[in-house]
Write a protein that binds this ligand. Sequence first.
Ligand SMILES: Cc1cc2nc3c(=O)[nH]c(=O)nc-3n(C[C@H](O)[C@H](O)[C@H](O)COP(=O)(O)O)c2cc1C
Length: 167
Amino acid sequence: MKPLVVCYSYTGKTKKLCGRLAGKLKADFVEIREIVRPSMISAYTRGGYLAMNRGTTDIRPLKTDVGAYPVQIVASPVWAGNVPPAMNDYLREYDLIGKTVYGVLTCSARAGNAAERLREEIEKAGAKCPNVVVLREKDGDFKAVESGQKQFFLEDGLLVLRDGDRV
Ligand SMILES: Cc1cc2nc3c(=O)[nH]c(=O)nc-3n(C[C@H](O)[C@H](O)[C@H](O)COP(=O)(O)O)c2cc1C
């Protein structure tokens, strides 16, 4: 059974990296979108506030039957050191009981509490979270993935980002 990559991306960076991730793992892909996409100002103010307070924002119904995927990879940016409200909404609205859900977070420099919070949300949803991978733009992680220097693998029950064969 193919894994499913469930991606929230506000400025497109996580989505681009998810293209690589889904390609490498031969996974299906679905995107989370808010019913009302926030402006940049609203993302930093209300969105950051909601993220810090484990809040949610309403998302559009997903076009994929996510219940059919026992293995999922949820990917999103870091907002204010936390998980964006749209991703929290996904993890609370959809039935993830008994699934295995890996996390991927992208950030410019500092992930803050986001990895721990993402794991907590996944586990609260009744899923197993073997690990959360954090990609930092300032450390060159985005370029390494985009160039194929680093690739994603599902190995020994973990999602791993490491040097791979050049593509
Ligand atoms: C509202 C908001 C809050 C952010 N907070 C952080 C942060 O706390 N730490 C960080 O390193 N980057 C932060 N960033 C940068 C994004 O996490 C980073 O650029 C991410 O890769 C963007 O992914 P996206 O293009 O998929 O939205 C923030 C960006 C936005 C829009």
